[in-house]
Design a protein around this ligand. Sequence first.
Ligand SMILES: C[S@@+](CC[C@H](N)C(=O)[O-])C[C@H]1O[C@@H](n2cnc3c(N)ncnc32)[C@H](O)[C@@H]1O
Length: 270
Amino acid sequence: MKRIELFEFEDFDWLPSAVRTGATNLIIIFHQLMGTKEVIAQLLLDLQKQHHFNRIVDLGSGSGGPMPDVVQQLNKSTPEKPVSLLLSDLHPNPKIVAATNGQNNEHIKYHTKPINASEIGNAPEGLKTMIASFHHMNPSTAKKILRSAEENREPLFIYEVAKNNVPLLLWVLLLPLSLTILLIMSLVMTLFVRPLTFKQLLFTYIIPLIPIVYAWDGQASLMRTYTFNDIEHLLAENKNPNYQWTIADATKPNGKKLGYYISGMPTKSE
Ligand SMILES: C[S@@+](CC[C@H](N)C(=O)[O-])C[C@H]1O[C@@H](n2cnc3c(N)ncnc32)[C@H](O)[C@@H]1O
């Protein structure tokens, strides 16, 4: 496997919540700058033509990521058939759950109880999605997730924004430069965070923990992302002829590539 099991600060429970939230806020700005919302929304619209769904159950949602924006965009394009979104996580953060559910948005809710992505059969009904979270799963969990979708004949859509196509040696040699670029970028991106809190400013410009976490996690994510060959390897034991896997590059409306997706679809009833 090309993927390497590096650590990301985001995966540690001890990371102070102000720093975690600050780094997550930068990831949201990153998604907005890259245009991931449009890419994911278009892929889901295409998927809906193959498999009708009116509810999305997002797994490993963390702070929500781009999915609330994606669903709002979907509902703008098809207001006659609104889609609802249920965010979920193995470790749902009570503050984020309360903030999401407190918005009283009839279409967007956060599940209060833990949902394990590797037990898809136990998750509420709906199209299962995993956005920028699959690379956090080690190969054994990643295999379980894919197998669980296939065994339960549940449709699954996974999106990763990065592609692990940089040779390891080059990645190591360029690390000082790429970390510096991400650190500088985070200083600028912070100005676009809304609401811009005192803690975000404090842990960015006075004690720069948020930029350090953002820069390292960004670089580590690249090496943790599964390549197409890695995914084929994970799927090697999945042999159900009535369940179809697609692994493909994702593209923006202007034709530029932005990450990739894996979709798993039941093809015939058994
Ligand atoms: C990178 S974070 C959140 C990504 C989020 N979807 C986004 O776009 O910002 C990955 C999340 O996966 C969750 N997670 C880890 N293992 C999981 C599992 N087996 N089932 C469900 N969630 C899991 C973690 O708690 C973490 O919140």
